[in-house]
Design a protein around this ligand. Structure first.
Ligand SMILES: NC(=O)C1=CN([C@@H]2O[C@H](COP(=O)(O)OP(=O)(O)OC[C@H]3O[C@@H](n4cnc5c(N)ncnc54)[C@H](OP(=O)(O)O)[C@@H]3O)[C@@H](O)[C@H]2O)C=CC1
Ligand SMILES: O=C(O)[C@@H]1CCC=N1
Length: 273
């Protein structure tokens, strides 16, 4: 059984730990370093994992180290961990948005096997989507280890060109928030027409779930599923023409470009720190 240490015990670490335990990992093999006492208590209570205030204690004998802290925290942790990591050479997995592999190599040691990945919050319910990218030091066995950890919370895809990791972040990393925003907007639109909010929310939510399940279970292209809803001169056509007049694809493309840019900016800011 692989010994895995997490640096940061927040939302994403909790999702990954929950998924790993559900898919057969032993709590005894998982350690978490987390500064917040409340978060440490709940990790211990909910998952039975060992928790630490001291990052070095958590990583002492880890074969895999998952960096699950905000990008801005990376410079603060590398000074503490660099020596231990240089000595033990665990597989380093970073889930931080924007942070590039060359930055991780510079901070934690250029000889380390490193996987940069980008999961998303549906990982919490085992329905996550993760893109992964490895440096040349990652062995086939370590690729499997990384994939196994992320497969525990959803689907995974390897991304060969690291430049596309910011696109993964802008698509599936941030993506759940886009769908929540659309559900909020649908709900508000129905409320504005006089519908009680609770009814509007449940109808919008179930519509999102149903459409998502159809995408996954029918295996048909989104455009085909869309056309099937759209009766000639019917209600859907009226709504889609309105989307078109408001240039929905352009709105979405601009949003994805903004998220991609922010990922690049996060990394550039760290280059200066
Ligand atoms: N949320 C999302 O949808 C996604 C997030 N990510 C990435 O995952 C990473 C974590 O995000 P998320 O889980 O949402 O963030 P959280 O803030 O929930 O978790 C990060 C945790 O790390 C703790 N922490 C802060 N400093 C240190 C330190 N020096 N050593 C150890 N732990 C520390 C934080 O404590 P404190 O609160 O005290 O700072 C916090 O509990 C980010 O880099 C983000 O880019 C990736 C995919 C999706
Ligand atoms: O908003 C963020 O920066 C993180 C990365 C992807 C989702 N949340």
């Amino acid at each position: 059984m692989t010994r895995i240490a997490f640096i940061g015990g927040g939302n994403m670490a909790r999702s990954l730990i929950g998924g790993l335990l559900k898919t057969g990992a032993a709590a005894a093999n998982l350690r978490v370093a987390e500064p917040q006492a409340q978060a440490r208590e709940s990790l211990g209570r909910d998952f039975g994992v060992a928790t630490f205030v001291d990052n070095q204690l958590a990583v002492a004998d880890a074969e895999v180290l998952v960096l699950a802290v905000k990008p801005q925290i990376m410079p603060a942790i590398h000074a503490q961990l660099r020596d231990t990591l240089q000595r033990n050479r665990p597989l380093l997995i970073s889930i931080a948005a924007g942070v590039r592999i060359d930055q991780l190599e510079r901070w934690f040691g250029s000889l380390l096997p490193i996987v940069r990945c980008m999961p998303n919050t549906p990982a919490l319910i085992g329905a996550g989507a993760t893109g992964l990218c490895a440096n040349l030091r990652v062995t086939p066995q370590q690729r499997e280890q990384a994939q196994h950890i992320l497969d525990a919370v959803g689907i995974t895809r390897w991304i060969d060109d690291e430049a596309l990791m910011d696109t993964v972040t802008a698509l599936s990393g941030s993506g759940p928030a886009y769908f929540f925003a659309i559900v909020e907007a649908l709900e508000d639109a129905a409320v504005a027409q006089g519908m009680p909010r609770e009814t509007a929310r449940i109808l919008a939510t179930q519509t999102c779930l149903g459409a998502g399940r159809m995408l996954v279970e029918s295996n048909e292209a989104p455009s085909v599923l869309r056309q099937r809803v759209t009766s000639p001169n019917g209600t859907t056509q009226a709504a889609l023409e309105s989307f078109s007049a408001d240039q929905l694809p352009r709105i979405v493309a601009r949003a994805v470009a903004a998220a991609t840019r922010r990922g690049e900016e996060l990394a550039a800011a760290l280059d200066k720190s």
